[in-house]
Design a binder for this molecule. Structure first.
Ligand SMILES: [Zn+2]
Length: 172
C-alpha cells in the first residue's frame, strides 16, 4: 500500500499507456454476409441430387493486431470493416450470388444444357457441399487479404440449423 501511494495517478496512467504501446493484443473481427446460390450434389443418394438453392449466410473472421498509430484514421482497427466488406463482396458474394454451382463430374451434355439456362454457372472440381464451399472460400480469401491480417475462421450456414466451419488452426 505504501509503495502504491508513492505513485501519483499521472505516473500510473503513464505506465498503462506505455504497456499499451508495447503489448499488442491480437483481436478477431467478424463480418457477416449473405448470398443465394443453387447447387446440385452429383450422384448424391438424397434430395440434394436435385437442383435446389440455399440462402447462405457467411461469417468471415480475421485476426490481427489493431493499428497503433494515434491520429491515423484507421488507428485501433485490425482491418477497416469497409475493406473487409469490399474484399468478400468482390471475391465471393458478387460471384456466388444467384449462381449455380456444379461439380465438374456432371456429364458434359448436362453442363452444356445448364449453360443455356444460366450465365452464372460455377463449375468446380469438387462436390459443392458446405464443407467444400467453405474450404474454397478460405482459399480465395487467403489470396486477397492484406499481409498484416490473417484469416482466422469462416462459418458457412447452408440452412438456419446447418453450418460448416473452416479454421486456420485446423489446417496448418
Ligand atoms: Zn443443398
Amino acid at each position: 500500500m505504501a509503495i502504491f501511494k508513492r505513485f501519483s495517478q499521472k505516473t500510473v496512467l503513464s505506465q498503462i499507456e506505455k504497456e499499451q504501446l508495447f503489448i499488442m493484443p491480437k483481436i478477431r473481427v467478424t463480418k457477416r454476409f449473405h448470398f443465394e446460390m443453387a447447387h446440385t450434389l452429383f450422384e448424391y443418394d438424397g434430395l440434394c441430387r436435385n437442383i435446389h438453392g440455399h440462402s447462405y449466410n457467411l461469417e468471415v473472421t480475421l485476426i490481427g493486431e489493431p493499428r497503433r498509430q494515434p491520429g491515423h484514421p484507421k488507428d485501433g482497427m485490425v482491418l477497416d470493416f469497409a475493406d473487409l466488406k469490399n474484399i468478400v463482396k468482390t471475391q465471393v458474394v458478387n460471384r456466388f450470388d444467384h449462381a449455380f454451382m456444379v461439380n465438374s463430374l456432371v456429364p458434359e451434355k448436362q453442363i452444356e444444357l445448364l449453360k443455356k439456362t444460366t450465365n452464372r454457372l460455377i463449375i468446380v472440381d469438387f462436390q459443392p457441399t458446405s464443407e467444400n464451399i467453405v474450404t474454397y472460400i478460405a482459399k480465395i480469401l487467403q489470396q486477397h487479404l492484406p499481409s498484416d491480417v490473417s484469416l482466422f475462421s469462416i462459418r458457412l450456414y447452408e440452412t438456419v440449423t446447418s453450418f460448416a466451419e473452416w479454421f486456420a488452426s485446423d489446417n496448418e
